[in-house]
Design a protein around this ligand. Structure first.
Ligand code: OSB
Ligand code: MG
Length: 375
């Protein structure tokens, strides 16, 4: 599979509803998409980086820079047997994991299309359907939060996760548990708490939470381990896990008992599979996180979630929760049981709507081995 050209695009897509985390509100996404052109087949990849360097150091702007100047040149003109062969070619570049994932995953998709096999099988998946949960942002009022949860439960979602921060946590848990004492329910702090909040965080134990996601610093394992010792509720790490070695360290330190796998955060499918394996070998369940992806990245999350240790419902949900119109066909739909089924169709099983993507594109560049051309 010779990598003949890489096309980089920035698309803009307004969200149907703003999404608020402890680090801020998002109304519209700027998404970098990568197309790998390989001898008559195209593979698509989505960069998970946000509009600002708030979730991680990366943003769509730094991803553009890293892909254009370093990552695309590292694979252009090369003949790769597998999409995963891109991963070692990116080793010299430190960080920029979401940028790396966009390129590597595009090459996995190209490989699947070229071989005529489903991407989920190429990734070693065994599940024919995946369990879906939703991540619900901070709202303007608790009444609004309750309405949203009601809607998602009615749609069949198997797990509700709410974003929390100081001042938007215990009051929300009270309301939710009073109405729905039995649902699978968790929270995600995106690093909103500190050491002085330990006594407060211990109160979370009263609400039978499936987990508390990333309560402390994005780059910490040690203090999470201190906190986990004092909690009954399991800590799940998201931001803190950059690769399989972090996952091993976190588990062995006792910093978490569940791991959120995001393929962008760890730098691509190769590392995501390594994180999955490290956790499985230690009896730690994982689930697939989301980054408000367009259909391109969303269907990659579905494929990854078919691996056996993705044993908790993920944040992979229907296209229509985010977009008026998604860039794939059909759109991602979730059954009344809160599942997404995978098929035996080759590639992702979804078609990329290039016409719509073209309309949403605000910046585009194609590079070939040895030269760059803007278009
Ligand atoms: O921490 O999981 C997170 C969205 C943007 C940045 C970080 C996170 C999230 C989500 C949304 O929780 C998950 C999704 O529905 O895509
Ligand atoms: Mg998270």
């Amino acid at each position: 599979m010779k990598v003949e050209a890489i096309t980089l695009r920035e698309i803009r897509m307004p969200l149907v509803h703003f999404f608020e985390t402890s680090f801020g509100r998002t109304y519209e996404r700027n998404i970098v998409l990568v197309t790998a052109h390989c001898e008559g087949v195209n593979g698509w990849g989505e960069c998970a980086a946000g509009e600002n360097p708030f979730y991680s150091e990366e943003s769509f702007e730094t991803a553009w820079y890293a892909i254009l100047n370093f990552l695309a040149p590292a694979v252009l003109g090369k003949s790769l047997a597998r999409g995963g062969d891109a991963a070692p070619l990116f080793e010299q570049v430190r960080g920029h994991r979401m940028a790396k994932a966009a390129v590597e995953n595009a090459l996995w998709e190209a490989e699947a299309r070229q071989k005529g096999v489903p991407l989920w099988k190429l990734l070693g998946g065994t599940r024919r359907e995946i369990a879906c949960g939703v991540s619900i942002g901070i709202q303007d009022s608790l009444d609004q939060l309750m309405d949203k949860i009601e809607t998602e439960l009615a749609a069949g979602y198997q797990r509700i996760k709410i974003k929390v921060k100081p001042g938007w946590d215990l009051n929300a848990f009270e309301r939710v548990r009073a109405k729905w004492p039995k649902i699978l329910f968790s929270c995600d702090a995106n690093s909103a708490y500190r050491r002085e909040d330990f006594a407060h965080l211990k109160k979370f134990d009263a609400y039978d939470l499936l987990m508390i996601e990333q309560p402390l610093w994005h780059d910490d394992l040690y203090v999470h381990a201190e906190l986990q010792k004092q909690l009954k509720t399991r800590i799940c790490l998201d931001e803190s896990i950059r690769h399989a070695r972090d996952a091993q360290a976190a588990i062995e330190l006792g910093a978490c008992r569940i791991v959120n796998v995001k393929v962008g955060r760890v730098g691509g499918f190769t590392e995501a599979l390594a994180v999955h394996d490290v956790c499985r070998e230690r009896g730690v369940p994982v689930w697939c996180g989301g980054m408000l992806e367009s259909g391109v990245g969303r269907v990659h999350n579905i494929a990854l979630s078919t691996r056996e240790n993705f044993s908790l419902p993920g944040d992979v949900s229907a296209s229509k929760r985010y977009w008026k119109e998604d860039v794939i066909e059909p759109e991602v739909e979730v059954s009344k049981q809160g599942t997404i089924a995978v098929s035996d169709a080759p590639g992702t099983g979804y078609k990329v709507r290039e016409d719509l993507i073209e309309k949403l594109t605000v910046r585009k560049e194609t590079i070939r081995a040895g030269r760059a051309s803007a278009s």
